[in-house]
Every structure is written in C-alpha cells, then in structure tokens.
Design a protein around this ligand. Structure first.
Ligand SMILES: O=P(O)(O)OC[C@H]1O[C@](O)(COP(=O)(O)O)[C@@H](O)[C@@H]1O
Length: 401
C-alpha cells in the first residue's frame, strides 16, 4: 500500500462524523464513588466539578447509558466552551486515526516508502523522526487545521512552530507519537497534547516570532492537556483544569466513553519506573533513593517494584492509576511537548511533576525543544525522592538502543 493511500484512507472504521453539540435532553445520573485499595480512586461517577463555577454539574449520557468525551466537554457536561469543544472533537478524531495507524498491518513497511528513516535533523536538538512519527504529525496537523480553532501548532516533529490561523483562539503543543521506537514490537505508544490560549498581545509581531513566543508559554498557563494511550485499550486522559478524567475508545461506535472520572493518584505508590541500565551514570542521590526503596527501607516500609515500558505515556498512565514515580533523570524529555502537559495532568490528579528540584509547571521555557530530567508521580514519593538532593543525571552520553 502506498503512503498516500494510507494518508487518504487511514481509518475505514472511523469515518469523520459531522460534528453536533451534545444533545441536551439526555438522562441524568447521580454520583457514586469508585475506589480500589492501593489504586487511584475515581470519585463522583456521573458528577464532575464545573470548571467555571466550581460547583458540581451533571454530565449527560446518551440513550445507551454512555457518556462520551464530547458529552463530557459539552454544554450538558463541564461546558469547556464551544471553541474548545470543537477543538477536542478534532483532536480525538486525529487520535482515532493514529490508533488505527499504529495497529495497521501496513505500518512496518512505511519506512521504505517514505525514506523518512534517512531524514537528518540538521544539527537540531531532535532525534531523527520515524515514518510513523511523521504520519502522526500530519494527521494531527490536518485535524488542527480543520478545526479552525488553532492559531499555532508546535510539534516535537517540527523544527519550528507552524502559524495556522490569525484569529483562532488556541495554541497546541504536541508530541504526536511518543515511544515510537517501540512500535515494531507492538508495545504501547501515545500522543501528548497541551492547549494554551493565543496571546493576543503578540498579534502585531511577524508570524515566525509570534508562533515561537506563543509556543513557549509556561505550563502554568495551560488551559487543557491530555494524552492518548494506544495499548490493549485506547485511552484518552485529559484535564480541562478541573480534575483529570479518562475515556476509553469503544471500537464498535468510535466514541471515547467516560470510564475514569476524577482520577486521584494515590499519595504513595510502591512502584518506581526508570531505565535502570543507566544506574552507573546516575548521581549519588538517585542511586541511594532507588537502593533504599527497592529494599523497603524508605519512608514507606515496603519493597518497591520496578516497571519500565520505555513509553512515557504508558509509564505515566500506570503511575496515575497505581501510584509511585515515573522518571527519566537525564536531559531527554521535552519541557514543551511532554513535561508540561503531563505535569498538568498529574497535578490535576493530586500528584506532582518535578525536574528533581523545582515544579515543572513553574519553569519558563526558553527553547522550543528544551529537554530536562522529569519526575512524575505520587506526591509523597516525589517529595521523598527530592529529599535525596542529587537526582538529576548530568552524564548523558546519548544511548543508542
Ligand atoms: O532511553 P531512555 O532514557 O530510557 O528514554 C526513554 C523515553 O524516551 C521516549 O521514548 C521518548 O523519546 P522520544 O520523544 O525521542 O521518542 C519515552 O517514551 C521514554 O520514556
């Protein structure tokens, strides 16, 4: 199959549906609490906090009893505003196309057709993108363009941000396909996105300049953020500034169904997630921390377990649900595309995001592709880890795997 064929006919299953705002005459459900010991708790199923008033509002469900992502964000749900509803409709559609792409029997032959594996990044701070990275990037870009709601898109796959639409309200930062080095082995991958408002005070600047400055907003200004995990289930996890919620793709209908309301990361977990083949490149503090918790000698007197998928979205998703710390202590992950959106989600779930010293969301990005150490997880685990002082890996030889 030709690349162009895949691009033009990516997902026979999910045809784009005309967009309608959610119906307003759906049934109302009352809240219940779902929690399991030692795991994230999901509170108030069917009831979510209203972003504007801070009060609880009732999410509306369709006739099958399901509340979909679009019901959730719309007027019958938390009502994030019409512009953001339209944008989310296009983002979720793009992610359904990527979900189909990563599961496609044809994706392993894409490298030969695009020649993308040979792309050189011209001395920039980025690894050479893979064919699926580039295709995912195209899919996201076309959806953002079609939404009419995006002024700027900054992608991990592009050297510079793209100015799309002068009057559109939002700026989107994205890592279209994180963990793509895993793809040949069908290991989970993910899409990460963050949404900011366009800075109207920069409108007078030349396009290149305002595109860059809009993309370098601090994470504390995020309006919304999310990831989509492509795994045994396709899960879209998002926050619109009022809790972190997850939706699972129902392949029979093409809807993301509201499955994990108000995720609360346990304050303490028993799992650390890191590539510990780097142990001898770690600083003393990080080695001591890992040695301590794996022996059950830390503040939580149980032996920790190690889990590392090497796919940031998957490692974070598990951490959100089970607790613990997901980390990459070397300067590898990107502040703009990865650390900020994911820290926003973790904080909204009651956890913490740090570079080992300071809060991620407080860092002012100075470079688009800026990299940093990243520690995300349970608040007590992150605090304990930071108390070891020296946890950022400075030796970073650039591991070829
Ligand atoms: O090689 P390391 O240090 O284990 O890094 C692995 C991390 O890199 C990633 O693959 C991201 O790297 P890319 O953004 O370059 O794909 C993450 O998914 C994963 O957590």
């Amino acid at each position: 199959m030709q690349l162009s064929t895949i691009l033009l006919h990516p997902t026979p299953i999910f045809q784009p549906k005309p967009f309608h705002f959610p119906p307003t005459n759906s049934r109302h459900f009352s809240g219940t609490n779902i929690s399991r010991p030692g795991m994230a708790s999901f509170s108030g199923f069917g009831l979510v906090g209203s972003q504007k008033s801070g009060s609880l509002s009732v999410v509306e469900y369709d006739s099958s009893g399901n509340c979909t992502l679009m019901d959730f964000v719309g007027k019958g749900g938390v009502n994030v505003g019409d512009d953001l509803v339209v944008l989310m409709h296009h983002i979720q559609y793009a992610c359904k196309r990527i979900a189909a792409l990563v599961a496609s029997p044809f994706n392993s032959s894409l490298g030969n057709q695009t020649g993308a594996a040979a792309i050189v990044t011209g001395g920039s701070d980025r690894d050479a993108p893979k064919p699926l990275d580039l295709l995912s990037n195209e899919i996201i870009l076309s959806s953002l363009r079609n939404s009419g709601k995006v002024a700027v898109m900054a992608s991990e796959e592009d050297d510079s941000p793209l100015w799309i639409n002068d009057d559109a309200p939002f700026v989107v930062v994205t890592d279209p396909l994180d963990g793509s080095r895993n793809i040949d082995a069908s290991i989970p991958t993910g899409t990460i996105f963050g949404i900011y408002r366009r800075l109207v005070e920069l409108d007078h600047l030349p396009e290149e300049e305002k595109a860059l400055l809009n993309s370098l907003q601090s994470g504390s200004r995020l309006v919304a953020a999310g990831y989509v995990l492509y795994s045994s289930a396709t899960i879209l996890c998002a926050s619109f500034g009022s809790g972190t919620h997850a939706f699972t793709l129902d392949h029979s209908t093409g809807d993301f169904v509201f499955t994990h309301p108000n995720i609360k990361i346990p304050p303490r977990g028993q799992i650390y997630s890191v590539n510990d083949a780097r142990y001898f490149d770690w600083p003393e503090g990080l080695r001591r921390y890992i040695d301590t918790v794996r022996q059950g000698k830390g503040k939580y007197p149980k032996k920790y377990s190690a889990r590392y998928i090497c796919s940031l979205v998957a490692d974070l998703h598990r951490t959100l649900l089970y607790g613990g710390v997901a980390m990459n202590p070397r300067d590898h992950l990107r502040l703009v595309y990865e650390a900020n959106p994911l820290s926003f989600l973790v904080e909204q779930a009651g956890g913490k995001g740090s570079d080992g010293k300071i809060r991620i969301l407080s860092i002012q990005p100075v470079k688009l592709h800026q990299r940093l150490p990243l520690f995300l997880g349970s608040s007590e685990d992150i605090e304990e880890l930071k108390s070891y002082g020296d946890v950022q890996q400075k030796v970073n030889p650039g591991y070829e795997v």
